[in-house]
Design a protein around this ligand. Structure first.
Ligand SMILES: Cc1cc2nc3c(=O)[nH]c(=O)nc-3n(C[C@H](O)[C@H](O)[C@H](O)COP(=O)(O)O)c2cc1C
Length: 259
């Protein structure tokens, strides 16, 4: 197949997924474009051709593709366009997320040809998988990308990409969100960064102390982006979540690749 261009597509509130997608894409010798689906706002429909490829990355929320990412991925339209699927997760589990991402993209006209499930720092309890993707993850990601590059070059013009097998079960696991409330400390300078960066416009335009809890997806972006570090999860709640997760995340999980 004569791939002319690779587009990096991601929904990545705290940048882990973006980092992984870029690590993979960075090894591929094709012209590159970027489509960041994280910020809120209107978007057009995006159309991709047969001689293009996309690398699509999302984080795992409750073993699933985040509902916000799902909605935004519906703007993408492929024409038998080759797709590489990437999910990042906080070393607990990715459960149905890869299968869900595969089915979403297939429905949108893409041909999933490879996939990766990659552990990364848990963005709620950041001591879990802290610093990942680390050196060893990066090395494995580079190998995967090189394999991928060969695949892209070796595919003959009339090749139909086979049905990629990835783990996951249907019906998908139910996910109703994480009930985390963000607290705003007195050092908030009202700079507006959180308001601008919230992927779902859950923060009041006039008062960053007010968050619409119905809209908030607890993606941790406002906490990560806050320049004065004043946005936080309630300490006791975070401790309780950490206790629960630490048991489930004890063992180091390794990235898995499907090609
Ligand atoms: C609401 C929410 C749900 C999450 N659910 C899971 C999960 O089911 N399994 C897991 O291992 N990590 C889970 N995580 C951790 C993220 O998947 C992980 O940190 C991911 O790399 C974040 O990607 P990003 O930096 O691109 O936003 C969850 C994080 C959030 C905010």
């Amino acid at each position: 197949m004569n791939i002319k261009q690779v587009t990096r597509v991601y929904f990545s509130p705290t940048d882990n997924t973006r980092t992984v997608v870029e690590l993979i894409a960075g090894q591929l010798p094709f012209r590159q474009e970027k489509l960041d689906l994280t910020d809120a706002g209107q978007r057009p429909e995006y159309h991709f051709l047969e001689n293009e490829a996309v690398i699509v990355g999302v984080p795992v929320y409750g073993g699933r593709v985040p509902a916000t990412a799902f909605e935004r991925l519906k703007k993408l339209h492929g024409r038998q366009t080759a797709a590489v699927l990437v999910v990042t997760y906080g070393n607990r589990a990715y459960e149905d997320a890869l299968l869900e991402l595969k089915l979403i993209l297939q429905r949108q006209g893409f041909c999933p040809m490879a996939a990766a499930a990659v552990p990364a720092e848990h963005n709620i309890v950041r001591s879990i998988a802290a610093g990942r993707p680390d050196k060893s993850d990066r090395k494995r990601l580079r190998h995967f990308a090189k394999d991928l590059g060969r695949r892209f070059w070796e595919l003959p013009g009339n090749y139909r990409i086979g049905d990629l097998q990835v783990p996951g079960h249907r019906p998908f696991k139910k996910f109703h969100g994480v009930p985390l409330k963000i607290k705003v400390g007195s050092s908030c300078k009202n700079c507006g960064t959180c308001i601008r960066k919230c992927p779902v416009q859950a923060i009041s335009r006039t008062d960053p102390r007010v968050t619409d809890t119905e809209r908030c997806i607890a993606c941790m972006r406002c906490i990560k982006q806050c320049p004065s570090g004043t946005r936080k999860i309630n300490k006791l709640v975070l401790l309780a979540v950490a206790q629960k997760l630490k048991k489930l995340c004890k063992e180091r999980k390794e990235a898995e690749f499907f090609i």
